[in-house]
Design a protein around this ligand. Structure first.
Ligand code: NAD
Ligand code: GLY
Length: 371
């Protein structure tokens, strides 16, 4: 039986949708009210399918449920793999009244959402995230898409789901490295908006790493509440939503440089947040003790605080130039004005940026961090 179910709403007018959070929800919640017609296509991958596909199918009693099982990995977040979803939809004669269901982590979620945004010019979809990262971040807010060899998440669309179903029990099968990657995005919410949550995270990190259910549930609820609030104010990232990208400009450069999937997204974001804190300190926005606190909590979560071996400042510059936040060639970075307060800085002092990049690239050569 499911434990107490907690519910949040992403307030977007007629496109508002619920986020349902609880233990034991998969297979026990009937999601048919979010399905427009008779057809459902569950998209998952070869790791998640044996664990949760059967339970997910039970959420749609009486519907015609088809499935497509993708290869697993960030390196498959591309056109070829996306096309497997379209192939399956067409082979099963799915119409405009079909509903796609993303069952898996952020890779499956982003690709399924993008497929739903494109198929027959747009069909509804449901998010059933099964990694910590996807439960606290990627399943909420409607950013969907795939990678391009020249840049992360560069091809995509905004397309909001009908509902997000978060069964916290699914995290019990998640490898420890993926748990840590998810914690990076949880820490992000504390750093950008909420020092009370940051304090709580510092106290609770060991329980979170050990997947203690009540701590996890609280972290997921608080993270989703923060994301839902930001998305409700700025769905298409005209301004405020950019703060959700703290550490991501550095992180995306790391992911692209290392080769998609070599560094997990959350690992790259963890390191990227420490770099953003370092630059914030060099620009006089935060104190050294605040910078050190950011580094400490990222370490507490067992995340890397350096960059890939061999990566040079020029690699960062080249890759950071391909970022969706940049405008007219000017680099825009999310930095910290204070702990709990993120700010978008356009054209940060290039000398200070160079110092940050050089410091971290030097650290990598000495072999610290993840490598
Ligand atoms: P992922 O989807 O690759 O999943 C991580 C690994 O865990 C995979 O091997 C997966 O098969 C496996 N897995 C999933 N659920 C499992 C479970 N319950 N038990 C055991 N194994 C399980 O990675 P992720 O960290 O979930 O997501 C990263 C992706 O999300 C990146 O592509 C990133 O760009 C994207 N992202 C998108 C947004 C957004 O707003 N759309 C936000 C953040 C990240
Ligand atoms: N993960 C960043 C965003 O959803 O805007």
């Amino acid at each position: 039986m499911p434990d107490a179910l907690r519910e949040l709403t992403v307030e977007l007018g007629e496109r508002s949708y619920p986020i349902l959070i609880g233990a034991g929800l998969l297979g026990t919640q009937n999601l048919n009210r979010y399905v427009v017609g008779q057809q459902v296509m569950i998209v998952t991958n070869e790791t998640v399918a044996p664990l949760y596909l059967e339970a997910a199918e039970r959420c749609f009693p009486g519907k015609q449920v088809a499935r497509v099982v993708l290869p697993d990995g960030e390196k498959f977040k591309d056109w070829q793999t996306l096309n497997l979803i379209f192939n399956a939809l067409l082979e099963h004669r799915h119409t405009r009244k079909t509903t796609l269901v993303a069952l898996g982590g952020g890779v499956v979620g982003d690709m399924t959402g993008f497929a739903a945004a494109c198929y027959q010019r747009g069909v509804p979809f449901i998010q059933i995230p099964t990694t910590l990262l996807s439960q606290v971040d990627s399943s909420v807010g409607g950013k969907t898409g795939i990678n391009h060899p020249l840049g992360k998440n560069m091809i995509g669309a905004f397309h909001q789901p009908e509902v997000v179903l978060i069964d916290t029990d699914t995290l019990q099968t998640l490898p420890q490295r993926e748990v840590a990657a998810g914690l990076a995005e949880v820490i992000k919410y504390g750093l950008i908006r909420n020092t009370v949550f940051l304090d709580w995270l510092e106290q609770s990190m060991a329980r979170l790493s050990e997947l203690e259910p009540s701590a996890l549930s609280e972290a997921i609820y608080r993270s989703c509440a923060c994301k839902a609030d930001v998305v409700a104010q700025d769905e298409r990232e005209g301004g405020l939503r950019a703060i959700l990208n703290l550490g991501h400009t550095f992180g995306h450069a790391i992911e692209t440089y290392a080769g998609y999937g070599e560094w997990l997204h959350g690992e790259a974001v963890g390191s990227g947040m420490v770099m953003a804190a370092d630059l914030s300190r060099r620009l006089g926005l935060i104190s050294e003790s605040d910078r050190a606190r950011v580094e400490r909590i990222v370490c507490q979560a067992k995340l890397p605080i350096t960059v890939p071996a061999g990566m040079q400042p020029d690699d960062f510059r080249r890759l950071m130039a391909v970022d969706k936040k940049n405008i007219d060639g000017a680099l825009r970075l999310v930095l910290l004005n204070a702990l709990g307060e993120a700010v978008v800085v356009a054209g940060a002092d290039p000398d200070r940026l160079q110092e940050t990049l050089a410091t971290f690239c030097q650290g990598a050569c000495q072999g610290s961090g993840r490598e």
